[in-house]
Design a protein around this ligand. Structure first.
Ligand code: AMP
Ligand code: MG
Length: 204
């Protein structure tokens, strides 16, 4: 099903980054490369944008999203880090590690993005295009894989286009991504706990 949007595709660069930030600020959906897979970004603080994201992917809204931020200071505004969480963040960010942490009381990430939980999943991506978009937009961006729910995660812009053309506003084409595996997820509560294996080798 095509929801009738015209999906623009722009090569990564200054104009594409500016357009991506504008789409996010307007509550739209933009696909961009991360070092794991292509992500589908929406403003994490905008419930209407997040509702559109779940709909575009056909993803059930009880499956919470990862908030992507540009730096540790931004991460600490939305979640509470204990010492082990800080050590993990410092060791692996930016990179393919997601931490699940207790939400701060004034966390701006919408309840719809965290499926109403009192925890929030966060990561700082390493891909330069993802980092530029986060810096230009200036707030947390939820970014699940840019594919229809249940399909293989996309590693190229063409792959995103074949799943989501007509359902999202913009695709930023930054070429093929390197890892093609989702981020490793670690829950940081009483003691760090591996929730999903992924792009960080288990031995690390
Ligand atoms: P993805 O499907 O790659 O976007 O990764 C999102 C996954 O992160 C979800 O399917 C959950 O498994 C996990 N996740 C996100 N937020 C939370 C949370 N607050 N608590 C536990 N797991 C979470
Ligand atoms: Mg996925």
């Amino acid at each position: 099903m095509n929801v009738g949007l015209k999906t623009q595709i722009l090569p990564a660069g200054e104009a594409a980054v500016a357009a991506a930030a504008r789409v996010l600020a307007d509550g739209g959906l933009v696909a961009f490369p991360t070092e794991t897979v292509y992500g589908l970004g929406a403003d994490a603080a905008n419930p209407a944008a997040i509702a559109r994201l779940y709909q575009a992917k056909g993803r059930p809204a009880f499956n919470p999203l990862i908030a992507h931020v540009g730096d540790i200071a931004a991460a600490r505004q939305i979640a509470r880090f204990d010492a082990p969480a800080m050590a993990l963040a410092e060791a692996f960010w930016p990179g393919p590690l997601t931490l699940v942490l207790p939400k701060m009381p004034d966390c701006t990430v919408a309840d719809l993005a965290t499926a109403g939980l009192d925890t929030v999943a966060i990561r700082i991506p390493a891909h330069p295009v993802a980092r530029q978009i986060l810096r230009e937009f200036g707030g947390p961006v939820v970014a699940p894989s840019a594919n229809l729910s249940g399909h293989v995660s996309p590693t190229t812009a063409a792959h995103v286009q074949s799943d989501l053309s007509g359902r999202i506003d913009l695709i930023v084409d930054g070429g093929a991504v390197e890892v093609g595996v989702e981020s490793t997820i670690v829950g940081c509560f009483d003691a760090p706990m591996l929730l999903r294996p992924g792009g960080v080798p288990r031995g690390d």
